[in-house]
Design a protein around this ligand. Sequence first.
Ligand SMILES: Nc1ncnc2c1ncn2[C@@H]1O[C@H](COP(=O)(O)OP(=O)(O)OP(=O)(O)O)[C@@H](O)[C@H]1O
Length: 258
Amino acid sequence: MSAAKPIHTITIERLNKSYNEGGIGELHYIIKDVNLVIRGGEFFILLGPSGCGKSTLLNMIAGFISKTEGSLRVGGKDIHKPDRDRAVVFQQADSSLFPWLTVRQNIEFGLKMKKVPPQKRREISDYYTGLVGLSGHSDKFPKELSGGMKQRVQLARVLANDPEILLMDEPFGALDAMTRRTMQKELVRIWQQTNKTIVFVTHDIQEAILLGGRIGIMSPGPSSHISQIYEIPLSYPRDVAAAEFYEYYNLIQSHFEE
Ligand SMILES: Nc1ncnc2c1ncn2[C@@H]1O[C@H](COP(=O)(O)OP(=O)(O)OP(=O)(O)O)[C@@H](O)[C@H]1O
């Protein structure tokens, strides 16, 4: 449904974010000297320990947080505010869904705002409801859904607006292990079908290797930067029990032990 859209590169050069705590004294750099190119259509993982600045970087790409120095561009255009083409999927679906609207109404919300005619809205929401595996649940309210189903609604709602880039901040972090595994598989399938660029934040090495085409490792903060990028050429769906998977796991794990 969105294959005809352009796919732009995200280019980050010498990017810094600092907070001047208390207004005096030394600047406190959260991230410093981040250089990164994320290709259009790729599944890119930002992996790093808790508190290193992954969400800060993702929110800067989203345009929610301003940069201090450096450059941050999508397809050559500077990012300085949020845009429809960069959608964010959060860990807590609850805080992003409207509880008084049904699944269908939630998914169609952005389309209604854009004044898409009702019949076209229905067509689009039916398509994405099916894509995320929620057919038959369109008339339910969020409170009638499990955590995994709510996360699927959030994903369908974001996809219905047809953004070019999906920015995902530990989207499966609050789910139980089994649901999480299912959602990881589904996300890979959806990514393969929609051709979106995905930037996915996690601190889970296994999740990173299951999903990512490339994994950017963020160094522990403060002054965090991308210390290494690993290419993961394994075909999808990936098997955590496979010897090659284990090799990548050990390689990345050892990186954190250094
Ligand atoms: N407005 C702010 N002012 C000062 N420091 C901040 C501000 N926002 C975030 N920080 C600090 O920036 C650092 C990075 O936070 P961030 O949430 O980006 O890390 P993270 O890697 O996403 O962590 P987690 O994996 O735990 O979610 C933290 O030390 C945090 O305290």
